[in-house]
Write a protein that binds this ligand. Structure first.
Ligand SMILES: Nc1nc2c(ncn2[C@@H]2O[C@H](COP(=O)(O)OP(=O)(O)OP(=O)(O)O)[C@@H](O)[C@H]2O)c(=O)[nH]1
Ligand SMILES: [Zn+2]
Length: 454
């Protein structure tokens, strides 16, 4: 089995975002679109190696996020009073200074739209963000639940007045309240390949966001191939959903898994991400008429995608890698925290290590461990860092901000690793301040690393 060593194989990962909403007014939410020629051979060279991390952190709450001026709203609460010119909505797309918001409720009583006679639910509003929110650095992201005010229902315009507290944020692309990652591959064209798939799965696992694996273009191979993959992937610890946008196979199961969730779809180029979304949205042969979650009002303008790069595994450390392999988690007995015979065991065949080598992806684990080791040693040489001590991004430990000590200015040289991490964290935090995240200039990791090199 050839294992590709070139990362360019997966450079076209395209997260695609959409929301299935219970109230039958689904939201396709995306960030701005960056069309990019797939055949452009210089794409990977243009993309710096650190750019493409699927970064995630839990929503953090600090004092500065709670100015009395405009208190942040708890996720499930609607403001007590909404006037006729106010509504609750979800940010579906952001373009320059404008946000497209889909109305989900127009008074405090109609969150459950099944009982609603509201005709405004589902309306698309073109919004600007209230200046004070910018002043207090409260960034509005795609996926955010917001209060829109000053609504002109005729012109479908409004102003975002406040943002509800987020349940999660991923930073590349920047999206709030992501409930699920859908890792989408195809069995053929392009052919499913275990190492590339593993990279995507590890990256997805490292966000801590629930992940579903789906394999498209199932009609291109015979049943035996599907069943072999099924067995194989189950041995990895996944329950793959097989589907075919072309033959419509498996789309209903997929739709029900994704229902009522904000999902980011990630996968290599050409596996059918856009096709899948279009198919789910239109679903002409929907078996249950009432379950036409992708309401026709969701025109194609709501479907956009944003290209980011390959999984960089930048958050993954030598020590954390093991926990992103379900096989290893299982061998360790699903303990929390998982333990081996040794503290800090890397599970590379030490006598007494619980993790034996009798599983398919063991060589891939080694390969990734090696890649991460090389990266960490590079960081050590370049930045004088320590290694595992500086793990900042673990599963379930994405709320890194609170734990991070502020730097004392005179200790910069000695604490260079801390300085770097602080810098990265500061940049991540400052993400909230950025107006435009589309360019490399605004990549927080990249900027942090650049700053370190000054
Ligand atoms: N045979 C087959 N082809 C499919 C299926 N689904 C999508 N395709 C085709 O695969 C090609 C790529 O589909 P896209 O939806 O553009 O793939 P994507 O993942 O969005 O690709 P990028 O935009 O490059 O990231 C298109 O020619 C689709 O028509 C399927 O189920 N079977
Ligand atoms: Zn071990």
């Amino acid at each position: 089995m050839p294992i590709p060593t070139s990362l360019s194989l997966v450079r076209h990962r395209t997260p695609t975002l959409f929301r299935h909403h219970q109230n039958h007014h689904p939201l396709l939410i995306t960030a701005s679109k960056h069309h990019q020629n797939q055949n452009q051979s210089n794409v990977s060279r243009k993309q710096p190696p650190n750019k493409n991390l699927l970064r995630a952190k839990k929503t953090l709450t600090s004092k500065k996020d709670f100015p009395t001026l405009s208190p942040i709203l708890s996720p499930d609460r609607t403001p007590t009073k909404l006037s006729d010119s106010q509504a609750i909505g979800t940010v579906a797309a952001s373009q320059a200074n404008f946000m497209r918001v889909i109305v989900t409720a127009e008074t405090d009583k109609v969150e459950d739209s099944s009982s609603s006679s509201s005709s405004k639910v589902g309306t698309e509003l073109l919004c600007v963000v209230r200046a004070v929110l910018k002043k207090i650095k409260r960034r509005v992201l795609v996926g955010d639940k917001v209060v829109v005010g000053s609504i002109d229902w005729v012109d479908s315009r409004g102003m975002i007045e406040n943002v509800f507290q987020r349940t999660s944020v991923i930073l590349d692309p920047p999206v709030a309240n992501v409930d699920r990652l859908l890792v989408l591959f195809s069995v053929e064209e392009p052919r499913l390949e275990s190492f590339v798939l593993t990279r995507f799965l590890i990256e997805a696992e490292s966000t801590g966001i629930p992940t579903t694996l789906a394999l498209n273009k199932a009609e291109l191979v015979d049943q035996q191939v599907l069943s072999d993959w099924d067995t194989r992937l189950r041995s990895w610890g996944y329950e793959p959903l097989f589907c075919s946008v072309d033959s419509k196979m498996g789309l209903d199961s997929l739709a029900s898994v994704l229902r009522d969730q904000t999902t980011v779809i990630v996968g290599p180029s050409g596996v059918g991400k856009s096709s899948l979304i279009n198919a789910l949205r239109n679903k002409p042969n929907s078996q249950v008429e009432a379950d036409n979650w992708f309401d026709p009002i969701m025109g194609s303008k709501w479907f956009e995608d944003q290209r980011v790069g390959q999984p960089s595994l930048l958050k993954v450390t030598k020590q954390s890698l093991a926990q992103y392999f379900p096989e290893i988690r299982k061998m360790l007995g699903d303990n929390e925290p998982a333990t081996c015979a040794f503290n800090d065991c890397l599970h590379v065949g030490e006598p007494g290590c619980i993790v034996k080598g009798d599983w398919e992806r063991y060589p891939l684990y080694f390969q990734l461990l090696d890649e991460i080791r090389i990266r960490e040693e590079f960081q050590l040489r370049t930045f004088g860092t320590k290694r595992e001590d500086d793990v900042r991004y673990k599963v379930g430990d994405m709320g890194v901000k609170q734990a991070e000590p502020r730097l004392e200015p005179k200790k910069h040289r000695r604490q260079s690793r801390k300085r770097i991490n602080q810098s990265i964290l500061d940049e991540l935090n400052e993400l909230d301040d950025d107006e435009d995240l589309s360019g490399d200039e605004n990549d927080p990791i990249l900027r942090a690393l650049r700053n370190e090199n000054l």
